[in-house]
Design a protein around this ligand. Structure first.
Ligand code: AP5
Ligand code: MG
Length: 216
């Protein structure tokens, strides 16, 4: 099963992708996480990515398309994948179709996670993650079970993303509105777009996604 989670910054793509990985044994392909790894490496590309990401703009299409194309070739993707943060432009969506066709693969579902813009800023500015294993949390909506200790790995160090400040979030939301939302009709016309209500709690959104996938 190959699916796309599509939604604005803070919609819950990463949160739900992690659950789907476990539930269906799929692989999460988050271009944001891939880019953050490149930034952490300190390479020339990493320094460029850091600037672009902190401004809330998008990285060039050709680079992102190559990154996903290489990743999909890896053997672990054979059991199916969840695209999280890709495609983000019409050019990326079209390139993905070509790439999948060439590899004899197809998309089963594109799931749009709909969330009102006002709550996105609160979700993003309250987000933090485990510095050891990357598990995601929120100051209000998803606290660790034991204060200061990661539920997943027991780590005690946490970090916040450099682009999770209000100013950058506004720019990221504008990039979503202007460059990413226009790809929704593209998938609608292919008959594979499904929409879930991303405003409900994390467990409920997971249930809605399961229902969509059961019917796919
Ligand atoms: P990326 O890392 O993809 O960031 P994003 O799209 O802005 O999305 P987020 O990761 O912020 O949100 P999310 O939907 O994953 O929400 P989460 O589950 O964490 O991209 C970062 C940057 O990289 C881009 O700005 C761009 O520069 C570059 N980039 C990446 N891909 C690119 C591409 N393809 N092309 C070009 N450039 C690219 O949830 C958010 C918070 O809310 C969490 O704290 C969570 O606990 C909480 N939460 C989740 N669900 C709920 C719920 N239902 N109720 C209450 N709280 C919830
Ligand atoms: Mg994410």
């Amino acid at each position: 099963m190959n699916i796309i989670l599509l939604g604005p910054p803070g919609a819950g793509k990463g949160t739900q992708a992690k659950r789907l990985e476990q539930r269906y044994r799929l692989v999460q392909l988050s271009t944001g996480d891939m880019l953050r790894a490149v930034v952490a490496s300190g390479s020339t590309l990493g320094r460029k990515a850091k600037k672009v990401m902190e401004s809330g703009q998008l990285m060039p299409d050709d680079l992102m398309i190559q990154m996903i194309s290489d990743r999909i070739e890896q053997p672990d993707c054979a059991r199916g994948f969840i695209l999280d943060g890709f495609p983000r432009t019409t050019a990326q969506a079209e390139a993905l179709d070509t790439m999948l066709k060439n590899k004899g693969l197809k998309l089963d579902s594109v799931i749009e996670m709909k969330v009102d813009p006002e709550v996105l800023v609160e979700r993003i500015t309250g987000r933090f993650s485990c510095a050891t294993c990357g598990a995601g949390y929120h100051d209000r909506f998803q606290r660790p079970k034991v204060e200061g200790v990661c539920d997943v790995c027991g780590g005690t160090e946490f970090s916040r993303r450099a682009d999770d400040n209000e100013e950058t979030v506004r720019a990221r939301l504008a990039a979503y509105r202007e460059q990413t939302a226009p790809i929704l009709p593209y998938y609608e016309s292919q008959g594979i777009l499904r929409t879930v209500d991303g405003m409900t709690d994390i467990d409920d959104v997971a249930r809605q996604i399961e229902t969509v996938l059961a019917a796919a």
